[in-house]
Ligand binder design. Sequence first.
Ligand code: COI
Length: 353
Amino acid sequence: MNITITRTSSPKSKPNPEELGFGKYFTDHMFLMNYDREHGWHDARIVPFENLSLSPACAVFHYAQEMFEGLKAYKGANGKNLLFRPQKNIERMSNTNERLCIPPVDPDFALEAIKALVNVDVDWIPEGEGKSLYIRPFIIATDPFLGVHPSATYLFCIILSPVGAYYAEGINPVKIYVEDEYVRAVKGGMGFAKTGGNYAASLRAQQKAEEYGYSQVLWLDGIEHKYVDEVGAMNVFFLIDGELITPKLEGNILPGVTRDSVIELAKSFGVRVSERRLAIAEVFDAARNGKLDEAFGSGTAAVISPIGELNMDGEKVVINGGKIGALSQRLYDTLTGIQWGKVSDPFGWSVTV
Ligand code: COI
């Protein structure tokens, strides 16, 4: 399929790179493609970034039939513009689509569309430490129909946002509240899918944690409230007595691309890595016995976010003196080094745009 390109006649001025934050600014263009049953996915186009015009009856507004992804383009030290493991995001997109009854998108074409849009707005990839161009592909159900039913029509859109750090803390450790009332997802639900409903379900708990002075929540499993699931909008890792532990993928947590990369990198450092069930009681026992050495969240937006304090039912534990640990720092440096093309890429993760 061809992608037609219509360039804007009024390019925007670029934001100050030091004030980017996360997801506040958008580039000059976006990618659009429509689906209907007669034509399948069709009319792939790059057009000036503008508001969408949609019927208020569209299925996405009422029943949240949608998917989204998040990946980044980096201004590489080698002069190339780089993507990090985009095929993994596209693979997850396919799994989300399947769960949400959204028609599949050809994976090779999805990558072509991402590259084409980044190339059109290539001047928007910000330069400087920790800065990148966040890529947000998403698909929404557009049928103007109030019956609860998979939509017959869809819109696939990709937008781009120059970003700095996701959290105000940057690489500094965050304080985490162990959520005991609300749950994010259960096995059989949509926890493994990247879809807006999971994030809507997280907002109340996030708000509660902030009211208590914590920046994020640690989710426990939805059935027994006993096992660790995820933290905020990230996967989570604990270094206990030399073992780097992360919850295994059992359908209720997001299969993060950064999570997978951290596992590979840590193994390559010779660290013992376990993907297994981890009871929150084991984490607190380890902390009480001085064996909880490090903890951190991982995600595309946040990269590696060290955890400096946990609070469960009023019991507080400080991890590594509230400072980033040696392993977290090494993982951060290596991962971002590969992403920005500053260190060698033995896994072949970088893809040139
Ligand atoms: C990401 O890490 O890319 C995310 O999608 C997390 C969040 C911004 C929703």
